[in-house]
Design a protein. Structure first.
Length: 241
């Protein structure tokens, strides 16, 4: 943007003041990471970035060097819609619930088995896995998927009671937090979703597809071209399902 977003005017002050106020109301105090000379007039303690040019991760690492607290709430300064209520929801949800953050996880079977709920896009493979594991989910369809197929996948699951569906166009962090906490706190609702998921699990699907393909390949008339070898009717060399 060519300017410091933190100091953009917002609701009669600077944008970062609104964010810091929300953090302070939710967590008890707020510290800014950046050039102290630029922010000292705002009334919040500011510490210089130890890793200038390293982006958000440099700012987070700077904050962790400075703090002595066991828990730290970190947010960007350019989030005008951030509210203290939403931040309190995050703090309450984190209390007593350790989090594991992975850039990539190959052991998806173990992760799905350990989970109470999933937050996911709505591709067919993911939904098949949720059905097999009876894992309730909150689905956020990928809006530019071909033919909007993820939207229709999510709607079908939601209509049957097997999942909750949120649209990205109308998405808000507070709404997602409310959905997550609501499901985690309602075991009866999760049990109903697990029962609905059973109707979507078809472990025999691959065998049925193979049987139908073999059936129709045996019935289909075949007229070989002149000089072509006789077809091996009724046999399928490679079947990838």
């Amino acid at each position: 943007m060519g300017c410091d977003k933190a100091l953009l005017p917002f609701r009669g002050g600077a944008l970062v003041e609104s964010v810091a106020r929300a953090v302070e109301l939710a967590a008890g105090s707020a510290v800014l990471v950046g050039n102290p000379r630029l922010y000292e007039h705002l009334g919040y303690r500011a510490i210089p970035d130890l890793y200038p040019g390293a982006g958000p991760l440099g700012g987070i690492l700077t904050a962790l060097h400075d703090t002595s607290a066991d828990w730290n709430l970190v947010t960007a300064c350019d989030m005008p819609g951030l509210s203290a209520e939403f931040l309190r929801l995050l703090i309450d949800a984190a209390a007593g619930r350790p989090a594991v953050v992975r850039a990539f996880l190959g052991e998806m079977a173990a992760a799905l088995a350990a989970a109470d709920i999933a937050v996911s896009r709505a591709g067919a493979s993911s939904l098949a896995e949720f059905a097999a594991c009876r894992l309730p989910s909150i689905l956020i369809p990928y809006p530019t998927a071909a033919g909007d197929h993820q939207f229709h996948n999510a709607c079908a699951f939601a209509r049957s009671g097997a999942a909750r569906s949120l649209q990205q166009d109308h998405f808000a962090p507070e709404l997602l937090a409310e959905e997550i906490l609501g499901l985690l706190g309602d075991s009866k609702r999760r049990a109903a979703m697990q029962q609905a998921l059973g109707a979507w699990h078809r472990p025999e699907a691959a065998a049925q597809i193979a049987d139908r393909m073999l059936h129709w390949s045996a019935r289909a008339p075949s007229v070989p071209a002149a000089g072509a070898p006789e077809p091996n009717t009724g046999k399928l060399g490679v079947l990838n399902v």
